[in-house]
Design a protein. Structure first.
Lengths: 331, 331
């Protein structure tokens, strides 16, 4: 892939399949082994054997706990004492807060002032300190940087970090270990942490598996980056309902991993995401958040491509505002 | 218990724990082994270790498939050829239809004319013939009796049948086999099939376990029957939202089993059912129907009684009308 990825003298070391195996040992007993659900109705609908790995049942309600716990458990004693900082209004913040509570690491989360009260409350509920900032007047990077400098805290980024990527890969690793090799695995792609980690897991446990990343059409930066070999950022326009996938772009670690290890990238419409959510809720009884329904949306929109195959999909999380989700679904 | 149950010369033979074990072998490979979920948030909330057996993930979306498949698989070749009849507008009808489709047994379901179109469609979707009747002008028992006589079909009742009870008991049996003995098991009670079967399973696999039946206050006939030793029927009044538990009374098989094997009966309010549903949906990511949330409602309403215990609860099903459920929950 040297023709497409820019030379980067300070390029960070990329995680390997061995790092995913090590992460799996580290999180054992702390992360849930999430269930794999099947549906004959779904299999008949798409003409494939579909194995649904449900990270909605992970601690904190999303796969993010895997990466956060793996990253925090690799800190030195001195780093643990000084604590960590994360900036996020979503699942990553809660995952870092939860991992910090378990490991006795102080956690500070930087959130916008207009974040839903339920999210700040949930993050504080896990014992984290929440610092609010004015989205219009301040940059969260500056704030986090200042807090790092003042308190000596370690930043835990949401995806562009080798230990985070390795931790996220443990979900796919569990799926392969439980169900054996697969023909294809569909994974949601925001910043690419879960997708990169899944691809590393497949390299080890199911080398023939086509790992396929899926994005909303409205946040298709990774698909464009993948196809062109140049890092694209998300274009202005209406936000996707898949709020977990609104990340601006792949990162310095996830972009080369996605380019090298992922077989295909696909995009899905907002309507397809809602229909996949509806199927997961009403037929499979899984409360999936919009981001978590994105891989199923791709499979349902184009089942011909994987006819007869053994296909895994990762439902990445289930953290929804119930009123907002009902407004989407109950119509 | 001879002082409380009336002498009944034609008393049907009651199923035994061995019948549950035999049912478990019969349904193996056909019924799903449903997941057992845990939540540290729930454990902290109620001060107990709670194991949630999720029959929402059973085929057909409810535990009913277990009993239906067990009953149909015990028919003779001649009986299978003539087919079976069930009258139900709920989960039992779909379960019998699905079991019939698998076993090649024709299924006729008698449903009221005003049943939701989604339910008649789902039942037909499983390959059953649906006969509609006018709730005001006809009795469904008469209709079913006539169809039985004309076509020689076998009636599969929803709960008062030894093979149905034995089949329903396999859910609790799986829970005990996977998680070991429990201090208490909370089970929803409508006609008492799931509750009786669960108590039989406990007798074999966890003899010290207190099996506790839970009903809505608005359908407390089994609680009154249990406490008085006389069979009570449901009193007129507003319907409970737990539509699966609106059965008129326990039956000739389930009443003596409940009296003999169940430790306690509890009732819960409508508000408590909604709050338990909300917890299951938003915190545990399980789409539970109101009837399925009833045991958790009892545990959340009175956690002191089971403080420190290892407690199983059976979430009996997840078949909801999404718009109706959202109207309950998203407020």
């Amino acid at each position: 892939m040297t023709d497409t990825v820019q030379t980067d003298a300070d390029a960070p070391a990329l995680p390997t399949p061995d790092d995913v195996l090590a992460a799996a040992e580290r999180i054992a007993g702390q992360a849930h082994r999430t269930p794999v659900l099947t549906s004959r109705t779904l299999d008949a609908l798409v003409g494939a054997t579909v194995l649904v790995k449900c990270e909605a049942y992970q601690r904190g309600g999303a796969f993010k706990f895997r990466g956060a716990y793996n990253a925090l458990s690799r800190l030195t004693a001195a780093e643990r004492e000084r604590g960590v900082v994360a900036f996020s209004s979503g699942n990553h913040a809660q995952a870092v807060a939860l991992a910090g509570a378990i490991l006795g690491v102080p956690v500070l989360v930087v959130m916008p002032e207009d974040a839903p009260a339920s999210k700040t409350a949930a993050t504080r509920g896990y014992g984290a300190e929440v610092v609010l900032y004015d989205r219009a007047g301040e940059s969260r990077e500056e704030i986090a940087g200042r807090l790092q400098a003042e308190r000596g805290m370690t930043l835990v980024p949401p995806y562009d970090h080798a230990d985070v990527v390795a931790g996220q890969g443990t979900a796919a690793l569990e799926l392969f270990r439980e169900m054996g090799p697969l023909d294809a695995l569909l994974v949601p792609c925001g910043g690419g942490g879960l997708l990169s980690g899944s691809a590393l897991a497949a390299q080890h446990a199911s080398p023939g598996c086509r790992v396929i990343g899926v994005e909303p059409e409205r946040a298709d930066d990774a698909t464009r980056s993948f196809r062109t070999g140049t890092l694209h950022t998300r274009q202005p326009g209406p936000d996707t309902i898949a709020d977990g996938l609104r990340t601006p772009s792949l990162g310095r670690i996830t972009f080369p991993l996605v380019r090298e290890l992922v077989a295909e990238m696909h995009t899905v419409t907002e309507d397809a995401i809602v229909e996949a959510m509806r199927f997961l809720w009403t037929r499979m009884k899984v409360v999936a958040e919009p981001s978590g329904a994105v891989p199923l949306a791709a499979l349902m929109a184009d089942p011909a491509a994987l006819r007869g195959a053994r296909v895994g999909i990762i439902v990445s999380g289930g953290n929804v505002d119930l009123a907002a989700a009902c407004a989407l679904l109950a119509r």
